[in-house]
Design a protein around this ligand. Structure first.
Ligand code: AMP
Length: 417
């Protein structure tokens, strides 16, 4: 017996419905704000992620599915969406479009992580990016739109954590200060954190080790070191969120697993989830496009996990798909009647009806039972090439018609008297 690979799962038709609802909310909320859909390939050159996501991140160091494309080039299944979208922005010369260029996307991503509830090796994300806009209003807009989406999906117990990373220059200075502080407390840190002090000191804030946490409680905080214009930018973002009635907590230790962020950083989590409580987050990446070979261009975006939105979201009552008509051929051995039935179902669909053809060879009696089960409004029993019996399932009324009259009768919605 074959099984779906570890860390992957099937989206069965019954699960697909809520994904459809999610997508229509995304289209309404982000489309309404001028964001348009973009989809990039499922794999890209490995170098794009090494450069875009950051060589020292967990994603690049441990979680990428990389392979040789057959021509000696290393490719990687996309672990995230921002670097590919920036690549597309540069490649298609989108800086010539009226700025900002605003995108949303919805697709699957791949990370070689240890699977657990809410964490998969192939998972789905919905995200948005606003490229070419430096104003703090953009940061607040992205956060407000994501909050609206989570709200529309009935995601319960959400918490928003907010921070600012300042500019890379501030971070370099701060990083030196933090590295010095960590070295001064080396003996109190976990082995893992100690080994990475010079590689990625910020990750120490992420540690679950008690001793490390105690050290980090007194560590210098980046929020206290922001340059004046970064601090001003951050103040305006907070002001706008206040006006929008969005509650947030400032989290000086907020760290996300991607290196490209500058200034605003945010993350929504939900109490309704277990250990993997992050629902979605993002931030500003004002240097990324330049880093990937484009002109200096500010940008901000977010990505949210679809599995987690669905786990933490409200079950929505799902209306069964309507079935206007089930076509049943009375005598399947009668080839011309079978053709007439096939044609009737096809023409009914062309006329805008939701029409299905009975395909399993059920007896007439069990076909009528099946019609009840799928909630069909009408059943057309095709007797021969020319004549049919149309039965209205609610009333039980039935009437013999010319096969050509079936569709018109249903469209009129008239009683079959
Ligand atoms: P990130 O791209 O790491 O900032 O992740 C953004 C969101 O994607 C997270 O908050 C999660 O909701 C979701 N996510 C990230 N990695 C996974 C994964 N391995 N499985 C399921 N969801 C994930």
């Amino acid at each position: 017996m074959f099984q779906a690979p570890k860390g992957t799962y099937d989206v069965l038709p019954r699960d697909a419905e809520r994904r459809g609802i999610l997508k229509s909310h995304v289209q309404r909320i982000f489309g309404g704000a001028g964001y348009r859909r973009i989809e990039t390939p499922a794999f890209e050159s490995t170098e794009l992620f090494a450069r875009g996501v950051g060589a020292s991140t967990d994603i690049v160091q441990k979680e990428m599915y990389s392979f040789d494309d057959g021509g000696g080039r290393s490719m990687t299944l996309r672990p995230e969406g921002t670097a590919p979208i920036c690549r597309a922005y540069i490649e298609h010369g989108m800086h010539k479009l009226p700025l900002p260029v605003k995108f949303w996307y919805l697709g699957s991503f791949f990370r070689a992580e240890q699977p657990q509830k809410g964490r998969y090796r192939q998972f789905w994300q919905v995200g948005a990016e606003a490229i070419g806009a430096a104003a703090p209003e953009t940061d607040a807009e992205i956060i407000v739109l994501l909050a609206e989406l989570l709200d529309a999906m009935g995601v319960k117990g959400t918490r928003l954590r907010l921070a600012s990373l300042g500019t890379p220059e501030t971070r370099v200075e701060y990083r030196d200060e933090l590295t010095g502080y960590l070295h001064a407390h080396e003996s109190e840190l976990s082995d893992e954190v100690r080994a990475r002090i010079d590689l990625n000191p910020m990750r120490a804030f992420d540690s679950s080790d008690r001793g490390t946490q105690a050290v980090m409680a007194n560590a210098p905080k980046l929020l206290d070191r922001l340059a004046p214009d970064d601090a001003e930018h951050f103040d305006q973002v907070k002001r706008l969120l206040d006006v929008a009635g969005i509650r947030y907590e400032l989290d000086p230790a907020l760290v996300r697993g991607l290196d490209y962020y500058t200034r605003t950083l945010f993350e929504f989590s939900s109490d309704a989830l277990g250990a993997q409580s992050g629902v979605g987050g993002g931030g500003r990446y004002d240097r990324l496009i330049e880093q990937l070979g484009g002109q200096p261009t500010p940008g901000i975006g977010f990505a949210a996990g679809i599995e987690r939105i669905l786990l933490a979201g409200a079950e929505q009552p799902i209306a069964p798909d309507p079935v206007d008509l089930l076509v049943v051929v009375a005598d399947r051995e009668d080839r011309t009647a079978a053709v007439a039935g096939f044609e009737l179902a096809r023409e009914a669909r062309q006329a805008g009806l939701a029409a299905q053809l009975e395909l399993t060879g059920r007896s007439l009696k069990s076909a009528l039972k099946h019609a009840d089960r799928i909630n069909a409004r009408y059943v057309a029993i095709v007797n021969d090439q020319k004549s049919a019996t149309l039965k209205e399932m609610d009333s039980g009324e039935q009437h013999d018609l010319k096969a050509t009259g079936v569709i018109a009768t249903i469209l009129r919605g008239s009683r079959l008297a």
